[in-house]
Design a binder for this molecule. Structure first.
Ligand code: FAD
Length: 106
């Protein structure tokens, strides 16, 4: 079985990659579906404390589904809140598309 950290890093990889490939101009249906996705995800995420905290986060910071940029930035901030809670460094959200879509420029 996956432990909490391995489940976490694999789940973040999936979530950030999904946000990276979300449409720039989503339809109303895509916006509603993405909002629903995160709410349902938070009910079934198989780490109880993580799922409970995520449900609270979604209440005060609902998914921003208007564009790829908005969704990716929203998810980056959400992940940073978890990073802070766990004593991990904050990620620079300006770099989120490089990390999860385009690859590093060097
Ligand atoms: P992770 O935090 O897993 O990050 C993986 C990679 O994502 C990093 O290497 C980095 O390149 C990149 N990254 C880091 N921050 C960002 C960001 N802000 N935006 C974009 N990319 C970024 N663990 C707990 O112990 N308690 C919890 O309550 C908890 N809640 C969680 C809730 C959710 C929804 C998820 C998906 C995971 C949760 N976890 C929780 C697990 C925790 O967040 C980490 O996944 C785990 O501790 C492993 O950390 P890591 O150092 O491998 O990096």
């Amino acid at each position: 079985p996956l432990d909490k950290d391995e489940l976490g890093s694999k789940s973040w990889a999936f979530l950030h990659t999904m946000a990276a490939y979300y449409p720039d101009k989503p339809s109303e249906e895509q916006k509603a579906d993405m909002n629903n996705f995160f709410h349902i995800f938070s009910k079934f995420y198989p780490c109880n404390i993580c799922a409970k905290d995520l449900q609270e986060q979604l209440k005060y910071s609902p998914p921003e589904t208007d564009s790829q940029e908005k969704l990716s930035q929203w998810l980056c901030k959400l992940h940073n809140e978890v990073n802070t809670k766990l004593g991990k460094p904050e990620f620079d959200c300006k770099l989120v598309n490089q990390r999860w879509r385009d690859g590093w420029l060097d």
